[in-house]
Design a protein around this ligand. Structure first.
Ligand SMILES: *Cc1c(COP(=O)(O)O)cnc(C)c1O
Length: 396
């Protein structure tokens, strides 16, 4: 019997959204380090601009090459190309760790740096990559876009790289934001400019608007009318108004790199959102939601969790799930209102199965379901129920 519950159509938020629960007053002691524990860091508008700045600081330019995992998003590549360097793609193993033998085969005289990712929040074989960098006189850029929190081999994530980068929108309800961190040197902040005022306003408004759409901040609804009025005024008064000036591409879901943002700070409000977050709540909720997915989706036909357990001190970005027939179930899941994230869905041109079978396979078959702190229990349950149903219907 088909029953249509109105809640079936409710929007499940794909990203964290602001609510009263967000703030630090709800915090307890947080025993998992984060990128904010690095020796020094700079607040920027996105992880991609942090990558661009890291490359600049390292003096990487035309004629150099940078090793990048074949499983990537194009936002990691564009800054490399922008700086004039050549991206070379190395293989990952099925557990998503870097294939050191492949790195060894592919480096040459032009190689200057290796980028390594802790996929989905699970720390990787970063100590091995660090050792390989040291042996070969290469820099390490540690990409912590999926791992705001965590540690590897007793040291905090973000402390292994010469530079580390992080993306705040993946862990907090900020409209935009990135961090360039280093535990090896202090960072020169003198060239970093504030983001445009109009943008700062937009950042605030968007954050509130998303919360309101999801019914998290009902009391703020009247505020939207005022916002429309003020926003019109800002537009009328700003001569060089255009989209590129108004939001960094990361904020509206684009993977494009816009050099305008390479030397701009995060907006005041987005930084405050990260700084005021109840971090222990973020950690506990993400782990709990991840465990729910793991328990319910470990024994189903049609797919398998990428990671079979959730080790201590891992703070997941999403729940990655390997789907055997993605083309069959993707549309059904989307239509059922399940917000699927697909990291690496679009690989850089030329990166196909001949470069790395695992990456090619994962880019098509790994779906990621949100497990962030602002999902309500019934939203997680409803997603799981729908996923199971769709997988069952498609694996007869
Ligand atoms: C999202 C992402 C980036 C880019 O982050 P932005 O803040 O959107 O620029 C970089 N690396 C990885 C692994 C990512 O998933």
């Amino acid at each position: 019997m088909a029953s249509h519950n109105i809640n079936d159509r409710a929007l499940v938020p794909v990203r964290p959204i602001l609510s009263a629960k967000h703030f630090r007053k709800h915090d307890t002691i947080c025993d998992i380090p984060s990128i904010l524990d690095s020796k020094d860091f700079i607040w920027l508008s996105s992880a991609r601009t942090a990558i661009a700045l890291a490359l600049k600081h390292l003096g990487i330019s035309r004629g150099d090459s940078v090793m990048i995992p074949a499983y990537h998003c194009t936002a990691m590549i564009e800054p490399v190309v922008w700086i004039g360097a050549k991206p070379i793609f190395f293989q990952i193993q099925p557990d998503t760790s870097a294939n050191i033998a492949d790195l060894d085969r592919k480096i040459d005289k032009s190689t200057r740096a290796i980028m390594a990712v802790h996929y989905f929040g699970f720390p990787q074989n970063i100590e091995e990559v660090r050792r390989f960098c040291d042996q070969n006189n290469l820099f390490l850029i540690e990409d912590c876009a999926h791992s705001f929190f965590g540690e590897s081999n007793g040291s905090a994530i973000g402390t292994w790289g010469d530079y580390s980068v992080s993306s705040t929108i993946k862990f907090f309800p900020s409209y935009e934001g990135g961090i360039l961190a280093s535990s090896k040197q202090t960072l020169d902040k003198s060239h970093i400019l504030p983001s445009p005022l109009a943008y700062q306003f937009k950042s605030l408004i968007n954050m509130l608007e998303i919360s309101i759409q999801h019914n998290r901040l009902k009391a703020l609804k009247p505020f939207l009318k005022i916002k429309d009025y003020v926003w019109r005024k800002v537009k009328e008064n700003q001569e060089n108004f255009h989209k590129g000036l108004i939001a960094p591409p990361a904020a509206y879901g684009s993977y494009h790199f816009d050099p305008f943002w390479a030397d701009k700070k995060i907006s005041f409000i987005s930084r405050k959102i990260v700084q005021t977050a109840a971090k222990s709540r973020v950690i506990a909720k993400r782990r709990k939601n991840f465990e729910s997915f793991l328990t319910e989706l470990s024994e189903v036909r049609g797919g398998v969790p990428l990671f079979k357990s959730l080790p201590e001190k891992v703070v997941p970005y999403v729940f990655p799930f390997y789907v055997e027939s993605p083309e069959k179930v993707f549309v059904a899941m989307k239509n059922a209102g399940i917000p699927i994230i697909r990291f690496g869905e679009q690989l850089w041109r030329g990166v196909d199965f001949s470069v790395c079978k695992v990456s090619y396979d994962y880019s098509k078959k790994i779906f990621q379901f949100p497990c962030h702190q602002d999902l309500e229990e019934k939203e997680v349950e409803s997603m799981i129920g729908k996923i199971k149903k769709i997988l069952k219907e498609n694996s007869q």
